[in-house]
Design a protein around this ligand. Structure first.
Ligand SMILES: Cc1cc2nc3c(=O)[nH]c(=O)nc-3n(C[C@H](O)[C@H](O)[C@H](O)COP(=O)(O)OP(=O)(O)OC[C@H]3O[C@@H](n4cnc5c(N)ncnc54)[C@H](O)[C@@H]3O)c2cc1C
Length: 323
């Protein structure tokens, strides 16, 4: 039986959503391949609460004090030691900013492949990883040579609310990091500006595109979002015109979201937009052009003039919700 390690990134014990999404992929793969599954947690003496009820064979704690705060070199040394001790077939992780920083160097140190920013996989005798290239225009299939593969998953590629429940055992692994010399020290942690919108955690998003025509018409989608208790998102032109701030932009150069409901209004569905929202649970599209690409991925499509349909939809939702 092989072993899968999944790296659990956390901030003071709060597990990052990307890590939980990667864990979902790990759960699927562990079942399909009959592998054991361990979640590796750095810098904590007890497992994060979010892991204790989840299907994992074990939580592997590496509590070394040097790992309490992220540093690239200590993380690499610690994971090197974990891999030497555990001999996994796979090391999986969410494709976070931290992962982008340390996983390539870890892979290079181990002389093993890193398949980064994957959106899925196929199993057919061996694993084929799927990752997007050319701004999401093409999906590339990637296979690795036998032995350890390191794989990171794009935000939203798997759904963390589908995680299987279980009760993992907990094991602690000591690693000696005293010999690690730090050449790179992180500065202060980046703080989002006050009022910055984090669409990646929004359950419902009403997203507006160039079809809205003018900033003066935005009240239509703001009313619809308010009626649905949804966040307001947008395509890129709406931000480029200065109608909304960049933190509202969804897509390859904006945020990646996986809302339960994504309602797009006057958005054509260009590939750069789709890569940021196509993993949403239920996609509803309003567009007057029946051939708009957004309808190819929409669960419900409304071919209509938004100026006609949006106020009526808002009124109907308000009436239904009694608000
Ligand atoms: C490197 C790069 C990165 C990019 N990153 C992003 C990104 O992060 N996010 C992003 O969104 N885009 C991004 N883009 C731009 C992307 O290619 C598209 O240009 C953009 O998504 C189009 O936005 P849109 O759908 O709002 O506008 P359009 O493509 O102009 O579509 C407007 C839609 O509104 C419909 N419409 C018009 N009037 C009405 C009406 N009255 N009622 C109903 N429907 C109506 C039209 O039929 C049309 O389908 C990027 C492009 C590049 C090259």
């Amino acid at each position: 039986m092989g072993k899968i390690l999944t790296f659990i990134q956390h901030q003071d014990g709060q597990v990052s959503r990307n890590s939980l999404e990667a864990l979902k992929a790990a759960q699927e793969l562990a079942t399909a391949l009959s592998h054991s599954l361990a979640g590796v947690v750095f810098g904590l003496e007890s497992p994060p609460e979010q892991l204790t009820g989840l299907k994992l064979d074990e939580v592997l704690l590496v509590p070394a004090s040097e790992l309490k705060e992220y540093t690239q070199e200590q993380y690499i040394a610690a994971m090197n030691a974990v891999i030497a001790a555990e001999s996994p077939e796979l090391l999986l992780a969410g494709h976070t900013y931290q992962a982008r920083d340390w996983l390539p160097r870890l892979a290079s140190r181990l002389e093993r492949p890193l398949v980064s920013d994957c959106v899925g996989y196929q199993l057919d005798g061996q694993i084929t990883w799927v990752r997007q290239i050319f701004q999401g225009k093409i999906n590339a299939d990637v296979q690795t040579t036998p032995g350890l593969a390191i794989v990171s998953f794009q935000s939203g590629a798997f759904r963390s609310d589908d995680l299987e429940p279980g009760s993992p055992t907990v094991r602690t692994l000591s690693v000696d990091l005293s010999g690690v010399t730090l050449h790179v020290r992180p500065g202060d942690r980046f703080q989002e500006g006050k009022g910055t919108v984090d669409l990646s955690h929004a359950e419902r998003i009403v997203s507006v595109g160039r079809g809205i025509g003018d900033a003066d018409n935005l009240h239509l989608v703001r009313d619809l979002a308010a009626a649905l208790d949804a966040e307001l998102g947008s395509s890129r032109p709406v931000v480029d015109y200065g109608w909304l701030d960049h933190d509202r932009q969804v897509g390859s150069s904006g945020q990646t979201v996986s809302a339960k409901l994504y309602l797009s209004v006057g958005i054509s569905g260009a590939i750069q937009h789709q890569v940021g929202m196509k993993n949403s649970g239920c996609i509803v599209a309003i567009n007057k052009d029946a051939n708009a690409p957004i309808f190819e991925i929409a669960d419900y499509g409304i071919v209509a003039d938004l100026f006609e349909i949006v106020p009526r939809l808002t009124a109907a939702i308000k009436e239904h919700r009694g608000t």
